[in-house]
Design a binder for this molecule. Structure first.
Ligand SMILES: Cc1cc2nc3c(=O)[nH]c(=O)nc-3n(C[C@H](O)[C@H](O)[C@H](O)COP(=O)(O)O)c2cc1C
Ligand code: SF4
Length: 502
């Protein structure tokens, strides 16, 4: 594996286009004898193989967050491939509207989620563990029309009034102050507004864990443990084999763990302060579901942003989590709002558009290191720190993994205990099964150009460019399609499924 060095976020490395490397697929016998297809214990749960489909939001729930037939089809299709573990998308723990993303903030969501776990068990022939990723996120607004920002969103401060009055040569009413600010040229605006206000104007307002002046943000340490615990209890009731606490990317818990968390109420600043709420959440979850239910976390091996957490923070977090009794630790990277691209007016910022987004879902348009196994070194460092501290907690890695050879090398070299593949599994949900049957040459290989992620960004139903216009397996009318009617929603059936292994 290439020795990776995360470049400082300010540096702009030369762009290199990579091709998806050719690979050698194992025979069925080699697959059977491999590490990747060997079982692994995840606390109380035993996965049949070390293959894993990490969480992927497909935008298929109802507007109220309920499971739909399309959600069942989506997860059923992944289960057809019999991964060792299938993690269901980031699911909101609060009982608040959040668009067509799954929710688990109330008992009324349990029956639909129970259908989901039954579907996975049935389609996966009982060979796939199904976990639910549960998350909290703070509110984010779309980028406003400047006129609306100045007339409605901006909280006027005396400094604004004084600035506008000085330019006008007289005292202005608040209404006039807003109009005067709206009319300022950019360079003057940069003097009149604070950096945070400018960011709100340019990107849309986004609440942060450091906003202690907001009562609901100050109160997060009081409310989140029980919200996560209730959600985990419901997941257990719904038949999930475990939960993955979402402590990664751009969301609330990752922000608590982040080096950028400067809360001064005991839940920020020092590394112990930053770990405090994640550990309290875990303790509440464990108390709610008991030790017979698998509870893991996904968190960042590196935030990949200026002044963000690095692998040093991550190894400390991992050891603290292992000591607390997490059943697995799944390592991701980046995916932050801090460096995302400016959204268009009327659109929301998306945390996978900047350099840290590329680290999270790396594409073939990359730097010299390329996207393949790009983040396994983070798992390696975390795993060795956890082992050195005397814990056997399994470590999951993901990021640009799309072949048996890559996965086997990662396991052989002791860089992780479980190897996950998101986009390759979307490109071909049968791929684990094909490999197990010695038919890896039939795998439809991911291009790593992120058409799927582009759909996620637009909040459109996620599909894969390799199969979403292919209607050859079916009478077209019978294939469920996207809202625009153009794309099929799940991969075509593997036509040769019944053929015996080579
Ligand atoms: C469409 C899409 C949706 C995703 N949704 C989630 C999510 O809900 N939770 C999460 O932790 N990661 C999410 N991810 C990130 C993946 O789990 C994974 O970490 C990332 O794609 C890198 O792995 P890969 O190279 O195997 O695709 C998503 C990725 C994609 C492409
Ligand atoms: S859309 Fe592209 S990046 Fe996404 S899974 Fe398909 S081939 Fe891979």
């Amino acid at each position: 594996m290439t020795e990776p060095q995360t470049p400082p976020p300010s540096a702009t490395p030369a762009i290199v286009w990579h091709r998806v490397p050719d690979t050698k697929w194992p025979t069925a016998e080699e697959a059977r004898a491999s590490r990747w297809f060997s079982p692994v214990q995840l606390g109380p749960a035993r996965a049949r193989t070390r293959t894993w489909v990490p969480a992927m939001v497909p935008w298929r729930a109802t507007e109220d967050g309920f499971v739909t037939p399309a959600v069942l089809d989506w997860y059923g299709r992944f289960a057809d491939g019999r991964p060792g573990v299938l993690v269901v998308e980031a699911t909101g723990i609060r009982d608040v509207p959040s668009g067509p993303l799954l929710r688990i903030g109330h008992d009324r969501f349990v029956p639909g989620l129970r259908e989901l776990t039954k579907t996975v068990k049935r389609r996966g022939d009982g060979q796939t563990l199904v976990f639910l990723q549960i998350l909290d996120f703070l509110s984010i607004r779309r980028r406003p029309e400047p006129a609306k920002y100045f007339s409605q969103h901006l909280s006027l401060r005396n400094a604004h009034r004084e600035h506008a009055a000085k330019l006008a040569g007289r005292t202005l009413t608040d209404f006039e102050t807003r109009a005067a600010l709206a009319a300022l040229p950019r360079e003057q605006l940069e003097r009149a507004l604070s950096p945070r206000e400018l960011r709100d104007l340019d990107f849309g307002q986004r609440v942060e864990v450091g906003d202690l002046h907001l009562p609901h943000v100050r109160d997060l340490p009081n409310v989140l443990p029980s919200l996560f615990a209730d959600a985990a209890r419901r997941a257990k009731d719904a038949g999930f084999d475990g939960v993955e606490l979402h402590y990664a990317h751009a969301y609330t818990m990752a922000s608590f763990l982040s080096r950028t968390n400067a809360r001064d109420d005991g839940y920020g600043g020092s590394i112990e302060g930053r770990q405090r709420l994640p550990l309290e959440v875990f303790a509440a979850v464990r108390a709610a579901v008991g030790s017979e239910f698998c509870v893991g976390a996904r968190f960042l091996g590196d935030e990949a942003i200026a002044d963000g957490s690095t692998i040093e923070d991550a190894t400390a977090h991992a050891v603290a989590f292992a000591r607390a009794g997490f059943d697995f630790l799944s390592i991701s990277k980046g995916g932050k709002f801090d460096d995302c691209k400016q959204p268009k007016v009327g659109e929301a910022a998306y945390p996978y558009t900047g350099p840290s987004g590329h680290e999270c879902m790396p594409t073939v348009r990359s730097d010299a290191r390329g996207p393949f196994s790009r983040n396994a070194h983070l798992a390696r460092d975390i795993r060795s720190a956890v082992r050195a501290a005397g814990f056997e907690t399994p470590i999951v890695t993901a990021g640009g993994i799309a072949s048996f050879e890559q996965a086997e090398a990662i396991l052989r070299d002791g860089h992780a205990d479980v190897v996950a593949a998101a986009r390759q599994s979307l490109a071909d949900p049968d791929w684990f099964r094909k490999i197990e049957l010695g038919r890896g040459s039939e795998v439809r290989r991911c291009k790593f150009t992120n058409y799927c992620e582009g759909l996620d960004q637009k909040h459109k139903q996620v599909t894969c460019q390799l199969w979403d216009r292919d209607f050859t397996d079916d009478a077209e009318a019978a294939t469920p399609r996207s809202q625009d009617g153009k794309r099929r929603l799940v991969a075509p059936k593997w036509a040769d499924d019944a053929r015996p292994p080579s």
